[in-house]
Every structure is written in C-alpha cells, then in structure tokens.
Design a protein around this ligand. Structure first.
Ligand code: R5P
Length: 311
C-alpha cells in the first residue's frame, strides 16, 4: 500500500523493534539480515516496500557491524523504491568524539552522520545524543527525543523526599537541571576530571548534598566508574540514599562489580540498548522507551508535531 508505515530492524536490538511494532499495532517488516560464511553482512528485504514509509530501528553501539547493518539496510530500502527511509537510532554510538579537542583525533560522530546520510536515510529519529550539537552534523531532518519523561515518571512515583538531582559532570549539567526542575528537586554537580579514556577522578561536589536523597542522571554508562566515583564522593559529603537514572546502559563487563561496590540503592536504565544482566539483581531496573519511540515514529509518519514528546 502506498505510504504505508513499515518498521524494520537489524540484529542489534530486535526486541525493542518488536515492542515498537506492538505499540504501533503493525507487523514487523520482513527482512533477512544474516552473514555470508566469511562474516560479511547480507540483507534482503522480503516484502514489497515500493512507496512505503520505512523506519529502520538499530542502535549504533559497538561492534561496528551494528552501524554497518543499518547502512546496508538503508541502502536496500532505497533500492527497493521506498518512498522515505528514516533511521531510528535509539542510541547513537560513536558520539563521544564530537570535536577536535586534541591533535590527530577524528570527529567520529560527524563521520557516522555522513555515512548514514550517504547510505540514503532521509530522516533520523534518535534519543539523548551524547551532545546535542551532533544534530548539526546531519543535513537531513533529525528528531531528538529525550528519555526524560520515562525516567521522570519512574522517580516521581517513588516520591523521594528531600531530593537533590546530581549531574555527574559539567557536561551533564543542562540535562540534570531539566530533571531537577521536573522533579521539584535541588541541583548539585560533581566536578569530574577524566584521567584516562576509561577512568575519572572526582575533584569536588558543588551544591548541598548533606542529608539529602540523591538521583544522579547521566546520558550513558559504560564502565560505571563515573557514577560509582560520584556516588562515593556524595556519600562522603553526607548524602543519604543514592539512585541512578541513565538513558543508555552500554555496560562494560566490569560495570556490575564497580556499581555493586558503590553506595547506590538502584541503577535505572532504559532499553535503548539491549538490557543486560550485570549482576545487580533487584538494584537494576530497565524501563522501556518503546512507546516513546513508537509515538515518535507515528507522528513522523503522520507529519504531526513531536514537541509534546519532549516534556
Ligand atoms: C561522559 O561524558 C558521559 O556522560 C558518561 O558519564 C561516561 O561516558 C560514562 O562512562 P563510564 O561509565 O565508563 O564512567
């Protein structure tokens, strides 16, 4: 059917695509995404998509095959005469190197933006970019959703008293301020210094945390060290309970141990990346962003405003 909405997925996070389809009440798009015997990716769209409005759901987290699958699927959709192809990227990977802050470094996020555009995507729908200026790396329309409504609902229901929202570094301050406003909480920030690519050191806690209950918000978690060090510093300054809310749980293998040893009540992440058991048991909760992304897709398809999804 001309202009019909179709949702496809690669192999990075098919469960999320399934939930999005359930929300949209559409069948999952039929595609075979597999490997040649030598490991190269092969894609075949197994249904007629001429004139369709196609959404391809795929986080571009490591390994690089996730990005490559997305690019190849976009190419397949274009060559199958889709009317429009939108890349739905719940987690935009390769976002950390977004400026030339040292000699001889790449701007990986610009490169990835170029690749997605060159492959033939006409729009991008993504969520909680590591830095919002990455939007400008695309010369095609990009809708940037926030997981905040999902995380805020969760923490509002907890009715935590004497709440202070903490930004684990200066880069997260703007995001934390928005959370603090919505939760009616005060705001503090951890002055963090990155000592290595995978480690940080807390210099200072700026703001009143003594006797307060805390939620630390961040966009992404990897080794968990940033959050663990922040939690330890906050506890040393007299913080009571410490919760964590993070959009993208891109956990490194050591994250469970590092977070488990920190003074943290609960680590809450979304399913923008495939949920992983990191050994924290009840202290680890995953909230779904499938309805948020599904609604974004519906509104793009119907050419309606997405603004109300931002609050
Ligand atoms: C840094 O700018 C990010 O917002 C995260 O704080 C950081 O990527 C987390 O990494 P890790 O969990 O390895 O400390």
């Amino acid at each position: 059917m001309v202009d019909s909405l179709r949702v496809f997925t690669g192999t990075a996070h098919p469960e999320l695509a399934k939930e999005i389809c359930r929300y949209l009440k559409v069948d999952e798009g039929a595609a075979d995404v597999s490997r040649f015997p030598d490991g190269e990716i092969t894609v075949k769209i197994s249904e007629n998509v001429r004139g369709c409005d196609i959404f391809i759901v795929q986080p571009t987290s490591a390994p690089g095959d996730n990005l490559l699958e997305l690019l190849i699927m976009i190419d397949a959709a274009r060559r199958s005469s889709a009317r429009r192809v939108t890349a739905v990227i719940p987690y935009f990977g390769y976002a950390r190197q977004d400026r030339k802050d040292q000699p001889r470094v790449p701007i990986s996020s610009k490169l990835v933006a170029n690749l997605i555009t060159t492959a033939g995507a006409e729009r991008v729908l993504t969520m909680d970019l590591h830095s919002s200026q990455i939007q400008g790396f695309f010369d095609i329309p990009l809708d940037h959703l926030f997981a905040a409504p999902v995380l805020i609902d969760y923490f509002q229901e907890k009715r935590i008293e004497n709440l202070t929202v903490v930004a684990p570094d200066v880069g997260s301050l703007k995001m934390a301020r928005a959370y603090a406003k919505r939760l009616g909480a005060s705001l503090a920030v951890v002055d963090k210094r990155r000592t290595r690519a995978d480690d940080t050191e807390v210099m200072n806690v700026i703001g009143e945390v003594d006797g307060r209950n805390i939620v630390i918000f961040d966009d992404v978690m990897s080794t968990g060290r940033t959050i663990a060090r922040a939690a330890t510093a906050l506890r040393a300054q007299g913080a009571k309970s410490i919760y964590v809310g993070v959009t993208h749980g891109g956990f490194a293998p050591s994250a469970g141990k590092i977070l488990g040893e920190a003074p943290i009540e609960e680590v809450v992440v979304t399913d923008s990346l495939p949920p992983r058991d990191i050994g924290l048991g009840d202290k680890h909760r995953v909230l779904t962003v499938s309805r948020l992304l599904g609604e974004g897709i519906r509104r793009i398809h119907e050419e309606r405003s997405l603004s109300s999804l931002f609050v």
